[in-house]
Design a protein around this ligand. Structure first.
Ligand code: NAD
Ligand code: DAU
Length: 351
């Protein structure tokens, strides 16, 4: 059977890399990108593949179940890779309900349509839900998240993602929908919206603006290059077992302040600035409420069972990422004009 895969959130950061990978690697598949084009969705991310014969775009909000059903009918969707979400923790602290709507209700809408449309041959179809390591909560100085770590979400964002994971599991158990879930650590790379740490700081270093480090700066994240995450999603989609969960991570832990100093050093070199110049922009600001201290993924399962591992080192990936932002100033200007300025002023005004 020819695969006609619905990729939700394909105009966003990770989604656009997944769409590009599938469109170019699998010309025999049809790839349908479903996205509402919120502030985080940008079709400029996909300019290079928009004319491919096997690529289709549908502007649909996943809160609209009828519109999703129409897309299933129009394209005879065989599988779903679900990435559409509200994804920024700080925004979830300001407006939790947006996260409830899109991440929970939107996911349940998709599950309902898939269950209904595939009812006659459930075993021919897969619903793959892309999730986050944040559902596991926070680690202390040691230890890793495994697939059996209990859920303990601490932010409205992670609570909404945890809830959506539970719904996916429940639809597998109750309705025998064939599902897969992956929980990934922090991604970085080209096309990352400059509200998240790395692209925000790259943008601010270029503009010589303050670098707002939350709290003591010793919070730790496990960073993975976005193209490696996309390959992991391809691997889980094609080789992962039905109704299984896979953790995806970079084996690459960094304290925020160390990462920021590395970023400053690399950018000073690339911009021809004096060593230490950008570090002077570092400004410690009020902490994020409920800030998770440390994330670290144990990716042994996907490595040993499916053979996936990251392909680039952090230094390589970060260097590629900075180069991309320096070469794509137009992209950066487009996404930081207009409402971005209001967001930035509101988010950082009281820190
Ligand atoms: P993003 O914010 O860059 O993109 C989200 C996309 O979803 C955008 O294109 C947006 O327009 C679309 N969208 C939002 N609400 C929608 C709605 N109601 N209907 C239809 N489309 C809608 O997010 P991202 O960083 O690319 O993350 C993608 C997925 O991966 C999310 O599910 C996120 O939870 C998960 N994830 C992200 C990371 C990370 O580090 N960024 C890590 C692990 C997991
Ligand atoms: O772990 C996976 C998650 O990673 C994904 O599920 C989320 O969608 C994604 O946004 C990301 O969440 P984080 O909260 O870890 O990412 P963020 O880039 O917002 O922050 C990374 C760290 O940097 C975190 O400890 C907070 C800190 N930070 C962030 C910003 C935006 C700062 O110190 N200053 C800032 O201005």
């Amino acid at each position: 059977m020819i695969k006609r895969i619905l990729i939700t959130g394909g105009a966003g950061f990770i989604g656009s890399h997944v769409v590009r990978l599938f469109v170019t690697k699998y010309p025999e598949y049809q790839i349908i990108n479903l996205d509402a084009l919120t502030y985080a969705g940008n079709l400029e991310n996909l300019k290079d593949v928009e004319k491919f014969n096997n690529y289709f775009f549908e502007r649909v909000n996943i809160l609209d179940a009828d519109a999703i059903a129409n897309v299933f009918d129009k394209h005879s969707i065989t599988d779903v890779i679900h990435l559409a979400a509200e994804s920024h923790v700080d925004r979830s602290i300001l407006s939790p309900l947006d996260f409830v709507y899109t991440n929970i209700i939107g996911t349940v809408n998709l599950l309902n349509v898939a269950k209904t449309k595939w009812a006659n041959n459930l075993s021919n179809h897969t619903f793959y839900h892309v999730s986050t390591d944040e559902v596991y909560g926070a680690l202390g100085d040691t230890g890793f998240f495994t697939e059996t770590t209990s859920y303990q979400p601490n932010s409205p964002y992670s609570a909404s993602k945890a809830s959506s994971d539970h719904f996916v599991r429940a639809y597998a158990e109750t309705y025998h929908l064939q599902t897969k879930i992956s929980n990934c650590s922090n991604n970085y790379g080209p096309n990352h919206f400059p509200e998240k740490l790395i692209p925000l700081f790259i943008n601010n270093i270029i503009a010589k603006k303050p670098l707002p480090v939350y709290g003591d700066g010793k919070y730790t994240r496990d960073w993975l290059f976005v193209k490696d995450h996309s390959v992991a999603i391809d691997t889980v989609f094609h080789k992962g077992a039905i109704n299984e969960t896979y953790n995806i991570g970079g084996f690459n832990e960094w304290k925020n302040i160390d990462l920021v100093k590395l970023l400053c050093k690399l950018m000073d070199e690339k911009l021809g600035r004096q060593t230490g110049e950008s570090e002077q922009l570092i400004t410690y600001v009020k902490d994020r409420p409920g800030h998770d201290r440390r994330y670290a993924i144990d990716a042994t399962k996907i490595n040993t069972e499916l053979g996936w591992k990251p392909s680039v080192t952090f230094e390589e990936g970060l260097s590629l990422t900075i180069d991309w932002y320096l070469q794509n100033t137009e992209w950066l200007q487009h996404v930081t004009s207009g409402s971005y300025q209001n967001y930035y002023n509101e988010m950082y005004a009281n820190r």
